[in-house]
Design a protein around this ligand. Structure first.
Ligand SMILES: [Zn+2]
Ligand SMILES: [Zn+2]
Length: 551
C-alpha cells in the first residue's frame, strides 16, 4: 500500500536461525540480516537451510541494501545466496564484514560492495535513516538499529544481552536506547532467545573464573572446544593460557581463519610467541599447551570428534588431557555431544561441560534484561523476534506485564506482513516465504556450493545404505545393502551396485569397532565415501541416506 510501512520477517520467528526481516516503504526495501540455520542431525544430505528469497527476488529493483547486526551465521549465512540474486550494498561493523568477506570469497563474490560502519553512525538509504547502536553479545562488534522511517522510529535490538563487564570493555549503548524511548518508539523488535529464562544472563567474564579454576588444577594438556566466531571466548582462553604460562595452538580451518581476521582488525590480542603452529605440538610438554578448537556440538567431521576417535593426524586424546566444551549444547545435538564425551572419557581424558561447570554463558538476554530493554525503549508496538513460537509467547508475556496491550503485540509467522501508517499498526496478509535446503559443504575439501531445490533432489534420486551393527562389539551383522529410487544405475547397474557394496564394506573394515558403534560418525563416513564415488565415477549427486540398525 502507498505510504505504508510493511515490516515482514522472512525468517527467524518460527525458529532460532534464518534471521531476516525486511522493511518496505513505497519503492524502498531494506533487508535486516540474512541468516542460515543448521538442520537437525538426520536431514538427508542437507548442509544448511536459508529463507526462501522469492519475495525479494520478485521485488528486486526495490531492494536498496542489506544491513547486518553482527557476524553470526544465523544472521549472515544466507548473504551469498541473496547477493547472487540481488547485488546491493551490505552495511555492517568491521568484524562483521571481515567474517562475511571470507564467506563471500568462497562464493566468488569478492566484488560485493561492503560498507563499514561504526556504532552511532547514521546512514540514509532511500526513505530510511538507520543508526547503529552498540550491544553486547557472544560475538564482538554487534549492533542494534534505530531506524527512522516516514511513519516513525523503529528499534531492532539485534542479538543482545546486558553485559556490564564485557571482555573488550565496550559497553552496550544504554544511553541511545533510552533516548529512543524518550523520542517515542513506534515499534520494537527484540531478541527472544532466552525469554523463558528468569533473572539475568551471566557476564562473559564469569567464564574466565571457570577457566582459571580448571587451569590452576590441571597438569596435562588442555583442549577447549568452542564456536569459531566466539572471539571473546577465544580471547579469554588465550588470556588465561598466558597467565598460566601455556602456549596456544588453534586447530581447525574456521577457528584459525576467524582468529586471523579478528587479529588483523584488532579485535583479538595475542602476546608474541604465544600462538604456536599445530606442528609444534609434539615439541611441547603437556603442561605448557592449550589447544583451542571447534566441534563443541559433536559434529562428526569436526576436529574434536576426530581427536576423540583417533582420526586426527596430530592430536590423539589420552590420559591426563582435560577437554572443556565451552559452548551451549544446542538442543538436538545432545546425543552426538554425549557420544563425543564418552569417547573422550574412554581414552582417559577428563571432560568438563556446561552441565558440570560454568564454562559457558549465554549471549542472549534473560527475562530481567528483556524487561529493561522494553522499559528503556518504551515502544507503542512490540514484535518479539529471534525465537521459536514458545520464546515469542514468553517474550510477549513480559511485554504484557509492562502494560503493552495485547493488540499491540505481534507474534508473527515467517512471511506475515505488519502494515504501519498514521501511527497505527495492523497485521495484513502475508508474502511468500519458506525454507531452501542447501547441499554442498561436504568434507574432503571445499566443493562448489550447490543450491538445490526439492525438484532437483527428486531428479537425482535417492540411494539408501542399509547396515545392521552390533552396538556392543561393533561387528557388522548384515549389509551393507543398497537400495535406490529415482537414481538410475545406467546399463551395468548390478555391477555398479556390487562395486558400491564392496567399496562400503572396505571402508567399514578400515574403521575401529568404537567408530562403527557410533552411528552418527559411521553415517557421515559412509555418506561422504559414497558421495565422492558417485560424483567421481558417474557425475551424479543423489541424496544418500545411510540407515543403520543398532542391535
Ligand atoms: Zn548472535
Ligand atoms: Zn542470532
Amino acid at each position: 500500500m502507498e505510504n505504508t510501512l510493511s515490516v515482514i520477517p522472512l525468517g527467524g520467528v518460527e525458529e532460532i536461525g534464518l534471521n531476516m526481516t525486511i522493511f518496505e516503504y513505497n519503492n524502498d526495501i531494506i533487508v535486516i540480516d540474512a541468516g542460515l540455520m543448521f538442520p537437525e542431525e538426520d536431514t538427508l544430505g542437507v548442509d544448511f537451510i536459508i529463507p526462501e528469497l522469492s519475495y525479494l527476488i520478485n521485488n528486486k529493483e526495490k531492494v536498496k541494501a542489506v544491513i547486518l547486526t553482527h557476524g553470526h551465521e544465523d544472521h549472515t549465512g544466507a548473504l551469498p545466496f541473496l547477493l547472487k540474486e540481488i547485488a546491493v550494498p551490505v552495511y555492517g561493523t568491521p568484524l562483521t564484514l571481515g567474517l562475511v568477506k571470507e564467506k563471500l570469497r568462497e562464493h566468488n563474490l569478492e566484488d560485493a560492495e561492503l560498507i563499514s560502519v561504526m556504532p552511532r553512525d547514521i546512514v540514509n538509504i532511500g526513505v530510511f535513516s538507520i543508526e547503529f547502536v552498540r550491544v553486547t553479545h557472544s560475538i564482538v562488534d554487534g549492533v542494534g538499529l534505530g531506524i527512522t522511517t516516514p511513519v516513525g522510529l523503529i528499534v531492532h535490538t539485534g542479538d543482545f544481552k546486558l553485559d556490564p563487564t564485557p571482555v573488550d570493555g565496550q559497553l552496550m549503548d544504554f544511553h541511545r536506547f533510552s533516548e529512543y524511548g524518550e523520542r517515542g518508539t513506534l515499534l520494537l523488535l527484540s531478541d527472544s532467545t532466552n525469554a523463558e529464562k528468569g533473572g539475568f544472563t551471566y557476564s562473559e567474564k564469569e567464564v574466565r573464573r571457570a577457566f582459571e579454576d580448571i587451569f590452576s588444577n590441571t597438569k596435562g594438556r588442555i583442549i577447549i572446544a568452542t564456536f569459531a566466531s566466539n572471539i571473546h571466548r577465544i580471547q579469554q582462553a588465550i588470556d588465561v593460557a598466558v597467565k598460566y604460562e601455556r602456549k596456544v595452538i588453534l586447530c581447525g580451518k574456521s577457528i584459525v581463519s576467524n582468529a586471523q581476521i579478528a587479529l588483523n582488525l584488532g579485535y583479538l590480542r595475542i602476546p608474541e610467541n604465544t600462538w604456536l603452529k599445530l606442528e609444534d605440538l609434539k615439541k611441547m610438554p603437556d603442561n605448557e599447551v592449550v589447544i583451542i578448537t571447534t566441534g563443541s556440538q559433536g559434529e562428526p567431521m569436526s576436529v574434536l570428534s576426530r581427536i576423540a576417535t583417533d582420526e586426527h593426524k596430530h592430536i590423539v586424546a589420552k590420559e591426563g588431557d582435560t577437554v572443556i566444551l565451552s559452548a551451549k549444547m544446542i538442543p538436538g545435538n545432545e546425543r552426538s555431544i554425549g557420544k563425543i564425551i564418552n569417547h573422550l572419557f574412554r581414552r582417559g581424558a577428563n571432560v568438563i561441560y556446561e552441565k558440570v561447570s560454568e564454562v559457558h554463558v549465554s549471549g542472549h538476554a534473560s527475562k530481567e534484561e528483556l524487561k529493561l530493554m522494553l522499559n528503556m525503549v518504551k515502544p507503542k508496538y512490540f514484535m518479539p523476534i529471534h525465537g521459536e513460537y514458545r520464546h515469542l509467547v514468553y517474550h510477549s508475556m513480559l511485554a504484557r506485564k509492562l502494560d503493552i496491550p495485547k493488540e499491540n503485540i505481534f507474534i508473527l509467522r515467517n512471511g506475515d506482513v505488519v502494515e504501519i501508517s498514521d501511527n497505527e499498526a495492523r497485521k495484513n496478509g502475508n508474502v511468500s516465504s519458506g525454507r531452501i535446503f542447501i547441499d554442498g559443504k561436504g568434507m574432503g575439501g571445499v566443493e562448489e556450493m550447490v543450491l538445490r531445490d526439492r525438484l532437483r533432489l527428486a531428479h537425482d534420486g535417492i540411494v539408501l545404505i542399509l547396515l545392521a551393527v552390533d552396538n556392543l562389539t561393533g561387528n557388522i551383522i548384515s549389509g551393507p545393502d543398497i537400495i535406490s529410487r529415482g537414481f538410475v544405475f545406467e546399463d551395468a547397474s548390478q555391477e555398479i551396485i556390487n562395486n558400491v557394496k564392496e567399496l562400503l564394506a572396505n571402508t567399514i573394515k578400515g574403521l575401529g569397532a568404537e567408530y562403527i558403534s557410533d552411528s552418527s560418525l559411521l553415517k557421515a563416513k559412509l555418506r561422504s565415501t559414497l558421495k565422492k564415488y558417485l560424483r567421481d565415477t558417474m557425475e551424479r549427486r543423489p541424496m544418500i541416506m545411510p540407515i543403520i540398525i543398532e542391535v
